[in-house]
Design a protein around this ligand. Structure first.
Ligand code: ADP
Ligand code: MG
Ligand code: MG
Length: 891
């Protein structure tokens, strides 16, 4: 590091050494202060010590490079000239602030120190010069507090204690009620606290104060909080923090002064309206600290019309310059406006969409930029019912936010109660509250407007099913204690009875007593427009996972281009269906099974008819029965006895069957294609229902594109076995009906062996769909339902960067996918001369990062739950816009 290197960048007086692009070097705050200066916006002059100095400080044994000191001295001299005051001069003092600022805003960094440069002598001078001793002493006591606590590590409480004691002695309530003399006393008290805790006097030399503050900023870069934050957010590669030293302006000089924070647009709605708060006669963080209630920014028009008008002008200048919504901080000193900070503002999903689209209309940005401005995940905010932001109800408990959106409903404590309630009062919303849920509960779960469980994590049955449906869900809410006997739920000190209203917020995990107003989602206006732009750009198609006509229609409304996964087992849980299903499972022989299957067939067919109609003209991938059969039977004595009664068999018989079907590891058990291989009649019935439904819908003049998908294939022989039966059945139906329909037969790739032997399998498959839930499960050897014991530790200890069931593991599972796609495509081309259609249907299909991966490996489509379709559409467009930038395997 050479001594001629520039370490200090000045700004102010309409010019600056730096600019906005220099964030890496100057930090976000410093770079934007420089930029605003150049733009001619009033900014108190100052200078930025670069992040390279911070880096050098840590490289060089906590010593600053030699050249820093003289450069800082020169910059101070320049500042003094611009402001016309002098650091440490009692007659005409310059006061400064010391502010930290890295390239990314980062909690845990040192707080700003204001009023630096005050001392016993200077405070007197300041009091005289301003004729306002109260103001001067208030500034001094704040400095001793801020410097003591942020730079020297004295607990702020010790100062606060003295302040409270004085207020009590004086019998006043507010800080502002203390007189100048009171504050003089307080300063002495603060100095005593300072000395008691640091062992030395409060430094009277402003230069000493300044350097101690600068060093404190650099030291805070490696402070525990900042290091931890960077670790959690996986921020690496930053050089360090910059330090900004800036001339003070005072918002606390009286009624013609003030300070405020604002957004150039409404960060909640995105409306093009100035949004913010200010306080008259206040300094620094007073606005956000909640000491007094601030006024809405529009009110400033009444109190300081000239300043307000100027502020509106700056708002416009900043937006047209940065082409982005800004979050600003300003101070008014005796009627003169100064800007202290600008940066791009954080916003909700709906605001992000509206701002991006409107900025295109205003000619500020192009469509591609607009698409990149919106975080796909944040679209959730627009897709689900949300708690009315005006509602004031307080949460009584908090669980794990498992599936976003808000739901209010009357409490029901079992799936059966949900079904009964929905039949009796179809218009009344219900909320299912359970310890946990199981596949038997799906009918009731589907009828509930939301689900709350007291156990389970983000990957629990309730969570996965609810997310699939886009239904609000809170899981693992330990404060919830359910007593089914008395029909009550205890939540902390509250007791809720079945039938009482309860509200959950699946976005935050909050649980509230009573009915809280919600607002419904809509895909229209700005949102619809942004989606159109995404569709123009993306190459990846987006399908949906749906098992009902209603979900299919909803997904289509959200832009789905087909169904990528229709799970047929969900169709077996309805009232009459489950009985037929159980009859089939308990049956002793093929004939018995066939008879039961014949009862199920009309239901299956009717469901497919509804789905095909809803998806007119779009492909529909239907997966043959996948879960192990014991999931359809109750495991408790009482339930088994009931089933026995319904089926007209002995309870013992049901019990025996359940025992027979018992598996030590159901995830690796008798399921998937193993079912129709052992019981071909099951597959036959499903294929028949599919083809018959397709013919019926085709006859109505609609276009049907069924794709029959065989799950859990690991060897090509399995596929051939099931496929051969399926083709025979399909041909028989078509012959019988005298109508042909086009259909495809393909497979899921969800067993590692299938990916590795994809060339063989592709010779027999017309499409692949990667079932990444199972593929992840089997690649890692993690049972998805049993990760809760170790996954939190794995994430905390960084053994895994993210939960691989949420974001596709590109390093491992991703390799299997790449192999599968490459081998499969090549073999299919050679064997059949055609392009093998490849998609994904695991939960990953709706995860933006995973969607990008699917784009890069050349899949044809992703499939996700209806409510994630718009998210996937945007993510797919962003994947195209990110092309060229390589996707790194290591996150
Ligand atoms: P943060 O990074 O936490 O936003 P800042 O460095 O922006 O911290 O400082 C917080 C607040 O302190 C600012 O919003 C502003 O009100 C006040 N402040 C900082 N520097 C000055 C200054 N030179 N003059 C007046 N107020 C200042
Ligand atoms: Mg700030
Ligand atoms: Mg599977």
């Amino acid at each position: 590091m050479s001594d001629s290197q520039k370490f200090v960048y000045s700004f102010g007086g309409g010019k600056a050494d730096g600019k906005a692009e220099m964030k890496t070097l100057l930090g976000g705050k410093g770079a934007n202060l420089a930029e605003m200066s150049v733009l001619g916006i009033p900014v108190p002059p100052g200078f930025t010590i670069t992040t390279e100095v911070c880096a050098a400080y840590y490289e060089g044994d906590k010593k600053l490079p030699e050249a820093v000191k003289p450069q800082v001295q020169a910059a101070i001299a320049e500042m003094e000239k611009l402001v016309g005051t002098k650091l440490g001069d009692p007659a005409n003092p310059l006061l400064v602030s010391v502010r930290s600022g890295a390239a990314l805003s980062m909690p845990g960094m040192m707080n700003t120190i204001l009023n630096l440069g005050l001392s016993d002598a200077v405070v007197e001078g300041m009091a005289k010069k301003t004729g306002n001793p109260r103001f001067a002493y208030d500034g001094y006591r704040r400095l001793i507090d801020m410097f003591g606590s942020t730079a020297m590590g004295v607990d702020h409480e010790h100062f606060e204690h003295e302040l409270e004691a004085l207020k009590q002695a004086k019998g006043v309530k507010n800080d502002t009620d203390l007189s100048a003399d009171d504050l003089k006393v307080l300063v002495e008290k603060y100095k005593a606290v300072y000395k008691a805790h640091t062992g030395s006097d409060f430094p009277q030399d402003p230069i000493e104060q300044l350097w101690a503050s600068i060093m404190a900023v650099f030291n805070s870069w490696m402070g525990k909080k900042a290091v931890e934050y960077r670790r959690i957010e996986r921020i690496s590669g930053l050089k360090g923090t910059a330090v900004n030293v800036q001339a003070m302006v005072f918002g606390n000089m009286g009624s013609n002064s003030g300070t405020g924070v604002a957004f150039t647009r409404d960060p909640n709605t995105g409306a093009d309206e100035f949004y913010g708060d200010y306080l008259i006669n206040a300094q620094g963080e007073d606005v956000v600290a909640g000491i007094r209630t601030p006024e809405p920014i529009a009110q400033l028009d009444q109190e300081m019309p000239k300043v307000y008008e100027q502020l509106l002008g700056i708002r416009k200048t900043l937006e047209s310059h940065y082409k982005e919504m800004q979050d600003i901080e300003f101070t008014v000193q005796d009627g003169t406006l100064y800007m202290l900070q600008t940066r791009s503002g954080k916003r909700t999903g709906s605001a992000a969409v509206r701002i991006a689209v409107e900025m295109v209309k205003e000619g500020l940005i192009d469509q591609k930029t607009a698409l990149q401005r919106v975080n796909p995940e944040s679209l959730n905010h627009l897709l689900l019912p949300q708690l009315d932001p005006k509602a004031k109800d307080k949460p009584v408990a908090q669980g794990i936010a498992a599936s976003p959106g808000a739901a209010s409903g009357k409490v029901v404590l079992s799936a059966e109660a949900a079904v009964a309630h929905a039949e009796a009062h179809p218009d009344v919303k219900i909320l299912l509250v359970r310890k946990e849920t199981s596949p038997e509960d799906v009918a009731g779960m589907h009828l509930a407007s939301g689900i709350l469980t007291s156990t389970g994590g983000k990957a629990s049955h309730a969570a996965v099913v609810a997310r699939g449906w886009g239904k609000p869900c809170v899981v693992g809410c330990e404060a919830v204690r359910i007593d089914e006997k008395t029909g009550t739920v205890r939540i902390g000190e509250h007791t809720v009875k079945a039938g009482d209203y309860l509200t959950i917020n699946g976005t935050t995990g909050d649980v509230m007593i009573g009915q809280v107003a919600t607002v419904a989602p809509s895909i229209s206006g700005h949102f619809a427009e942004l989606m159109e732009w995404a569709d123009k750009i993306r190459t990846l198609k987006v399908r949906t996972n749906a098992d009902t006509p209603i979900d299919s229609a909803k997904a289509r409304e959200f832009g789905a281009e087909g169904i990528g996964l229709c799970r047929t087992e969900h169709m077996f849980f309805g009232d009459q269906r489950i009985t037929a299903m159980r009859k089939m499972i308990v049956a002793d022989d093929v004939e018995g099974r066939k008879a039961a299957l014949a009862e199920l067939e009309p239901f299956q067919k009717a469901d497919f008819v509804g789905i095909f109609e809803a998806m007119d003209g779009l492909p529909v991938t239907i997966r043959l029965l996948d879960p192990p059969l014991h999931e359809f039977l109750p495991h408790d004595d009482k339930g088994q006895a009931e089933v026995a009664k319904q089926l007209g068999v002995t309870a013992q018989k049901v019990k025996d069957r359940v025992e027979q079907l018992h598996e030590f590891n159901p995830m690796l058990g008798f399921r998937g294609c193993r079912l129709p291989i052992v019981y071909p009649e099951i597959g036959d019935m499903q294929v028949r229902a599919i083809i018959e439904a397709a013919i019926e819908v085709k006859k109505k003049g609609k276009s049907v594109l069924p794709e029959i998908m065989i799950p859990l294939v690991g060897t090509v022989e399995e596929l051939v076995f099931v496929k051969t039966r399926a083709i025979a059945e399909a041909e028989a139906v078509m012959k019988q009906e005298g109508t042909k329909v086009d259909y495809l037969i393909g497979t899921m790739i969800e067993v590692p062996r299938a990916a590795l032997t994809a060339d063989k399998i592709a010779e027999e498959a017309e499409f692949f769909s990667f079932g990444t839930n199972d593929l992840t499960q089997m690649t890692f050897g993690f049972s998805r339902d049993d990760i809760k014991g170790f996954m939190p530790t794995y994430l905390r200890e960084k053994i895994l960067p993210v939960d691989p069931f949420q974001t596709l593991d590109a390093n491992g599972v991703g390799q299997l996918i790449e192999i599968g796609v490459a081998k499969g495509r090549k073999a299919r081309k050679e064997k059949a001369g055609e392009h093998l259609k490849v998609g994904i249907c695991g939960e990953h299909g709706g995860d933006p990062e995973s969607v990008a991966f699917c784009h890069v490996v050349g899949m044809d489509y992703v499939s996700c739950s209806p409510y994630r379709v718009p998210i996937a559409r945007l993510a797919a467009a962003q994947a195209v816009l990110a092309e060229g930038k390589t996707i790194s395997r290591d996150r």
